[in-house]
Design a protein around this ligand. Structure first.
Ligand code: ADP
Ligand code: MG
Length: 737
């Protein structure tokens, strides 16, 4: 059978169960996966040693020629083994491989090899030897390998790839099998997804050259050029896929939202505070977008506490006070004489949904409109017949009927919002809170809630909101389909938070400071450390346990006089809500929690946050955590409890005391920790190579420009079938959650 990119590795190579398992862990299934499993670095002969210089106990790499290799049985143990010599210009060394007699058959006399292992010495004679070293046949001995400690750094460097490995699959295995694929001729048949003119314009190697250069570079510059090409390719494909989705979305008309400016000004006056400049700018941008029948797709990125809800509320006001109108075929706006426009507000958790439902009641209670809440545990509607100032529980079917006939103007909810049974009459505006917690598919479903019987149903304007500060380049890439607005200003009157990095010796002193705050009537969060555990189920269980233990310890040893609650991912939603409410209402003074739950929760009386194992978090994430206590006019405190005193992590944490906002910290995270340093880099669905390239704003902007040029030219990319296919694969595979 002909080898293709889609061929399964298991069908091509004989694999042991251990190897199969290792490949699964590495995410390698097809030949393509294997070819795109890139080295994370290259070893160089400057790291190798002359045999003469070896000493007992050294971990070393030598290059040399094999002689006298034979299979035999161990003298006493009778274990099957291979042994022989490897020599370079300075000497020779004995090598033995237990349980690998086949090496003798596979490695011809005189073969050039790379040997890596620990140098041992015979007890009696003191003779040095390698025991079970890694053996790799190399095509050429590196130039001057004997005295390569003084490597020239010139063109004769001999690079060998070092891959991310997993037990059972070594770098050598990967290298050799990739070489086999190269020899199969498959590369000649590969079609380059990148259009030729782009390769030429940006001096990028074509796909064949790039694959060879990344796996077997003759010189460092080749490897670099190849990495650059793959980074560009990935970012370009992501951009292309996002922008095609955007173009498709915009092919449908949006409901035009044209609010009465006077009423809008009145609404703004009702806020108990003056809007920040950043809030005003965001609102202006949204209102401008609303005036078009090209749907808005905008991301509002702002620190926790920057006032995103107020922006969303103003925009929602604009929608629910506008009567629907649609542009007819001749481009004339035709008012529709039924009802008002509707708004959907989706939150990632029940607690947040309930909280936003309540805050929207606060904003809109004076208007004659209905507001609904839908979650998996029930539905509510405002106003209640019995109590016009409050909400009431309501059956799901009644709520959905009112949503469908347009009587409910604003529907707040969790994922329950996107269920099939939920249909709107005139959904004009969708707000997604903490949007990174939703996948694009979920977002897409919410955007298609208007009249599905129509072949061109109107699509709602979209406002996504996130408090996750991510670097600009990453935002431009993964949110390539969204216009970006930053809410980079904190409301006036908030005292800057006091952030302290606390070492083990200062613990008890710090607990006393916290006690002072609690005595003054304030409340505190205690965040338990992150735990790296690839299996999410297991991680949740381990973290839940640590949260419970920490709460018990605090109660027993530190704060016996206070009530302490726990919140973690293993609790049922209702249970979580009960605990959160107890905390909000002051029945609990301390809340022990994980880092992931309820990012947006608003408890103005909580002014202290303790973060255990602070160095295990990214800076941006720490900043986000401390944002939970930056919502009131009381002085807020963040205590980062560090487990180590290593100067490097101290320096890193100190950035928290100086940075002005989350965006600065996100950039710092990326600069300091680089690829994969962003907390959970993989959660964005971006490979390590592309993550590295995200440091390069110019590359990202170039990829974005080229992508939008192609999409504007022809959304279908009909001139570039290979590119189109690649973009479609990205669209199908990438989930931003
Ligand atoms: P987030 O951006 O995290 O969603 P919120 O919208 O929950 O922030 O706002 C946090 C708090 O700040 C709320 O109590 C809100 O009433 C208040 N707030 C919002 N905007 C302003 C402002 N311009 N001035 C003062 N307080 C504000
Ligand atoms: Mg919020």
């Amino acid at each position: 059978m002909a080898l293709t990119l889609e061929t399964l590795v298991a069908d091509r190579f004989r694999l042991t169960p251990t190897q199969r398992e290792a490949l699964r862990r590495l995410g390698i299934e097809t030949i393509k996966d294997l070819l795109y499993h890139f080295p994370n670095r290259y070893g160089d002969v400057v790291e190798s040693r002359s045999i003469e210089s070896l000493r007992q106990g050294d971990q070393a790499v030598v290059f040399g020629e094999v002689s006298g290799l034979k299979a035999s049985k161990g003298f006493r143990s009778k274990v099957a083994m291979a042994d022989g010599y490897v020599s370079d210009q300075t000497g020779r060394i004995h090598c033995v491989w237990f349980n690998q007699p086949y090496l003798a058959k596979m490695t011809p006399e005189g073969a050039r090899v790379r040997i890596e292992g620990r140098v041992s010495a015979r007890r009696k004679s003191g003779e040095l030897y390698f025991s079970n070293p890694r053996l790799e046949v190399v095509s050429e001995l590196p130039n001057g390998s004997a005295d390569s400690l003084f490597g020239t750094g010139g063109p004769n460097h001999n690079l060998y790839p070092v891959y991310p490995e997993s037990r059972g699959i070594s770098s050598a295995w990967l290298y050799h099998n990739i070489q086999k694929i190269f020899r199969s001729g498959l590369l000649d048949e590969l079609e380059d997804p990148l259009p030729g003119h782009i390769l030429v314009k940006y001096h990028l190697p074509n796909i064949r050259t790039a694959l060879v250069w990344i796996h077997a570079p003759a010189k460092p510059a080749d490897a670099e050029a190849a990495r650059k090409r793959f980074a560009f390719e990935e970012i370009f494909l992501i951009q292309l896929s996002r922008q095609r989705l955007r173009a498709a979305y915009r092919a449908n008309p949006a409901l035009i939202i044209d609010p009465d400016r006077r009423a809008l000004a009145q609404f703004l006056k009702r806020f108990p505070f003056a809007l920040t400049n950043a809030q005003e700018r965001s609102i202006a941008a949204i209102i401008t977008d609303f005036g078009s029948d090209q749907a808005m797709e905008r991301l509002l990125e702002g620190d926790v506490g920057s006032g995103k809800t107020a922006v969303a509320a103003v925009a929602a006001f604009a929608a629910v006070t506008t009567r629907p109108s649609i542009r007819n075929d001749r481009g004339v706006l035709v008012p529709q004489n039924y009802g008002h426009l509707q708004v959907a507000y989706m939150c990632p958790t029940e607690i947040l949904a309930t909280q936003q439902f309540e805050s929207f009641i606060g904003y809109f209670a004076y208007l004659p409109i209905r507001i609904g809440l839908i979650t998996s545990s029930g539905c509510r509607v405002f106003p209640s017949k019995v109590n016009p100032k409050g909400w009431t529980d309501i059956s799901r079917s009644q709520l959905l009927a009112w949503v469908e006939n347009g009587e409910v103007s604003i529907l707040v909810g969790t994922h329950a919002l996107i269920e099939k049974s939920v249909a709107f009459r005139h959904l004009a505006f969708v707000i997604i809170d903490e949007q990174h917690r939703f996948g694009t598919a979920q977002r897409g479903r919410l955007l298609r809630k208007n009249d599905a019987s129509n072949d061109k149903p109107s699509v709602p304007h979209l406002l996504s909101m996130t408090a996750t500060p991510i670097p600009r380049t990453l935002a431009l890439t993964i949110y390539g389909d969204l216009d970006l607005t930053l809410l980079d200003e904190t409301p006036a009157g908030r005292k800057p938070i006091v952030t302290e990095i606390v070492y083990p010796s200062k613990r008890s002193e710090t607990y006393e400071k916290i006690r002072q705050e609690l005595r003054a009537g304030r409340q505190a969060f205690v965040i338990c450390p992150r735990i790296d555990e690839p299996d999410p189920e297991k991680a949740a269980a381990v973290i839940a346990k640590s949260v419970k233990e920490e709460a018990a310890r605090l109660k027993r040893e530190i704060f016996p006089e206070y009530e302490i609650g726990v919140v973690h991912g293993k609790l049922k939603p209702a249970e979580k809500e009960r605990v959160m409410n107890d905390f909000k209402d002051g029945r609990l003074q301390i809340l022990c929690a994980t880092s992931v739950v309820e990012v947006g929760v608003n408890v103005p009386n909580a002014t202290v946050i303790v973060i255990e194992g602070a160095e295990r978090f990214g800076l941006a994430q720490l900043h986000q955590l401390r944002g939970r206590v930056m919502r009131s006019s009381h002085q807020a405190y963040c205590y980062c409890f560090a487990e180590t005193t290593s100067p490097k992590s101290v320096e890193r944490l100190q950035a928290l005391q100086t940075a002005k906002n989350g965006f600065e910290l996100a950039e710092a995270d990326m600069a300091q920790r680089g690829a994969g340093g962003l907390s959970g880099a993989r959660q964005w669905g971006v490979s390590d190579v592309a993550m590295e390239a995200l440091k390069n704003l110019k590359l990202v902007e170039t990829a974005r420009q080229e992508a939008s040029r192609l999409v504007n030219e022809d959304q279908e990319l009909s001139k570039y079938p290979a590119l189109r296919l690649a973009a479609e694969i990205v669209t199908a595979h990438i989930h931003f959650e």
